[in-house]
Write a protein that binds this ligand. Sequence first.
Ligand SMILES: C[S@@+](CC[C@H](N)C(=O)[O-])C[C@H]1O[C@@H](n2cnc3c(N)ncnc32)[C@H](O)[C@@H]1O
Length: 264
Amino acid sequence: MPGAETFRASAEAYDRLVGRYGPSLALDLIEFAQVEPGSRALDVGCGPGALTAELVKRLGAANVAAAEPSEPFALACRARLPGVEVAIAPAEALPFAEDAFDVALAQLVVNFMGDAPAGVRELTRVTRPGGTVAACVWDYAGEMTLLRAFWDAAREVEPERGALADEGAVMRWCGEGELAELWSSAGLEHVRSGSLLARAAYSGFEDLWAPLLTGVAPSGAFCVSLDEERRAALHDAYRSRLGVGEAPFELTARAWAVAGTVPG
Ligand SMILES: C[S@@+](CC[C@H](N)C(=O)[O-])C[C@H]1O[C@@H](n2cnc3c(N)ncnc32)[C@H](O)[C@@H]1O
């Protein structure tokens, strides 16, 4: 999938861009997946650890493990959450035994997997029969406001390149119902779909814009690929689409969620 390599960046840059929504989204995903106290949980594609941290609060570090292919993100997660086993590995090749977890979760990851069906099969393999495999992805084409407004502005300023990079157009598994098909084809049972609404607060537009200049995530990578003049045009078009200035504001972001039960 396009974009996975754009996460080999600093954890702080990620925290200030998409990571800002992580803790709020994580609480919703944990509730959606019905993670029970006392469970042993795996966070796949953990990034710097937004969901991992909420799992640790609920279950304790000894009951939480994580996997992440980007080394800087995996190392940040390890440093932030001592006691959690964080493997440097992709979803498609998890270094964990069969049936090792009660629940396996992947927050904002499935669309970045090189082979999503294989990744979901791996999440299923490491989860015990009767356990839960759950995930969420951004509604890039609709109500993930930060990224929808970004790509609409990008398409306005650079129509051809913007259309080719627009995550709402190029990401698989991010349309309503697509995750449920993936879950069913992995053999998961009692598949449930839903939507989650995360939020993030900004001190002003420059607070939102600054992390894009680090090149993190597909939006940041697009931003830094422009020359100065085009980037200034993108900055202005983006701000005007969001209708915000230098006063504090909040944005909401919708994610599609899915959960299924491991058979057997
Ligand atoms: C948008 S970030 C989400 C990070 C974290 N789960 C969160 O909610 O903040 C996407 C993450 O997926 C990771 N990733 C990319 N390809 C992956 C793969 N094949 N398997 C697992 N994770 C992958 C990236 O390195 C990045 O950390």
